[in-house]
Ligand binder design. Structure first.
Ligand SMILES: NC(=O)c1ccc[n+]([C@@H]2O[C@H](COP(=O)([O-])OP(=O)(O)OC[C@H]3O[C@@H](n4cnc5c(N)ncnc54)[C@H](O)[C@@H]3O)[C@@H](O)[C@H]2O)c1
Length: 380
């Protein structure tokens, strides 16, 4: 058996995303399944090393996940030729420094989105890696959600006829910390612009790759952000002023004419199927996707309602939809993208989700913020 053993520096993994999605659900899961079997006699195996600032947190996480290597000395980890990949899940504003160090050390670079908070900086990081000749990638996990995979199947099968419009609703209530026994469930830096926070930079990155890949390239955007809640409580229990947007109301026009509206908010309560729900309406059918499921309604079973507030609604609109069955076993979306990146590094297979495509997400966020400031539609 030929083994491609990849040492992976995992930086900032004691945070929410790093611990749960990247370390436990992806790298540990790949290790537990015995690596990635790429042919009957070839396997890619992973050997993570956890890096960060806090020795106690790293040690505890390493013990909890059965990872033998961890260090606060990132330079040393980068100097070790057994480590071929550098991964970063630290908070956004720290990313540049780490990417620079990793590219200089000749490591393949993979990192969380947003890759930066300005397009200029995101493109600079992409070019830096390209010039250093290192493979690189940015997380675009939503593409592998089961609901989105089912939607792509429907699109490929021509279910919708002509796709007319898309409406995405993302969000939930993020507690402010003011209410007794209801602590905040997101880090405080998310609500401070000076620390890289804001829902526009966070979510428009996702909508960029999702829309571009599933429906077609975005032509222009009109966007309104808001900071609905002005004060929250931080991790130390102190009140702080929210300087970043906590809601974003965006409308996008695609080059193919499809219109997309996406609401993203940390200040809404959920009365829908899941934290993200997206309705796609086409001339021959519609679908409503959430994280795992996909409901469809074809033209033949579309009801013909009549507006009459004087009687109880005779149609139960929820009954006219069919749930798409699972067509396969749906693995964790982050893990699927990790496996593609590891194959890219070990076998040179294509990986289009590079830092340059990550920068397009930052561009949409930046132009969205500009649209809000100037109160106008802006072409990308
Ligand atoms: N793909 C997604 O769906 C998704 C979802 C949420 C967040 N994210 C992104 O993931 C990244 C992390 O977000 P999070 O919610 O896990 O935040 P978090 O605050 O929980 O974690 C950040 C981590 O970075 C570490 N860190 C901060 N400064 C550091 C430094 N100087 N050196 C080393 N480590 C440092 C922190 O200790 C912590 O472990 C952000 O860029 C965020 O935008 C992506």
């Amino acid at each position: 058996m030929k083994e491609y053993k990849l040492g992976i520096i995992m930086n900032g993994v004691t945070g929410r995303m790093g611990t749960n999605q990247h370390l436990i659900r992806s790298i540990c899961a790949i290790r537990e399944q015995g690596g990635i079997q790429v042919s009957p006699d070839e396997v890619i195996t992973v050997d993570p090393i956890l890096t960060g600032r806090n020795e106690n947190k790293l040690k505890a996480l390493a013990e909890r996940t059965g990872v033998s290597r961890w260090t606060t000395n990132i330079e040393k980890a980068l100097a070790d030729t057994d480590n071929q990949i550098f991964f970063d899940a630290s908070s956004t504003l720290h990313r540049s420094r780490f990417v620079e160090m990793a590219a200089k050390a000749g490591k393949a670079v993979y990192c969380e989105k947003p890759t930066a908070v300005t397009t200029e900086e995101a493109l600079r990081l992409a070019k830096l890696c390209e010039d250093a000749g290192v493979k690189n990638g940015a997380v675009q996990d939503k593409l592998w959600l089961p609901g989105i995979r089912k939607l792509k199947t429907l699109i490929n099968q021509g279910f919708f006829g002509e796709i007319l419009s898309v409406r995405g609703e993302f969000g939930y209530w993020v507690f402010t910390g003011h209410d007794e026994d209801q602590p905040a469930q997101r880090p405080s830096w998310n609500y401070r612009k000076e620390d890289g926070g804001g829902i526009m930079i966070d979510m428009l990155c996702h909508w960029r790759y999702l829309v571009d890949n599933v429906f077609g390239p975005i032509k222009s955007i009109s966007c309104r952000g808001a900071t609905h809640i002005g004060e929250r409580i931080d991790e130390q229990g102190n009140p702080y002023k929210c300087t970043a947007d906590d809601a974003c109301y965006a409308t996008m026009e695609l080059e193919n004419g499809i219109l997309c509206q996406f609401n993203s908010s940390w200040t809404v309560r959920v009365r829908r199927d899941d934290l993200f729900v997206m309705q796609v309406d086409g001339s021959k059918g519609s679908a409503v996707v959430n994280l795992r499921g996909c409901q469809t309604q074809g033209i033949g079973v579309t009801p013909k309602p009549v507006w009459n507030p004087d009687i109880e609604q005779p149609i139960n609109f929820y009954e006219g939809w069919s749930e798409m069955p699972d067509a396969t076993t749906y693995d964790n979306a982050f893990k699927i993208q990790w496996e593609l990146f590891l194959r890219h590094v070990a076998l040179d297979e294509p990986f289009p989700y590079d830092l340059r495509s990550g920068a397009k997400g930052v561009e949409l966020a930046e132009v969205g913020i500009q649209s809000w400031g100037e109160r106008k539609w802006i072409d990308l």
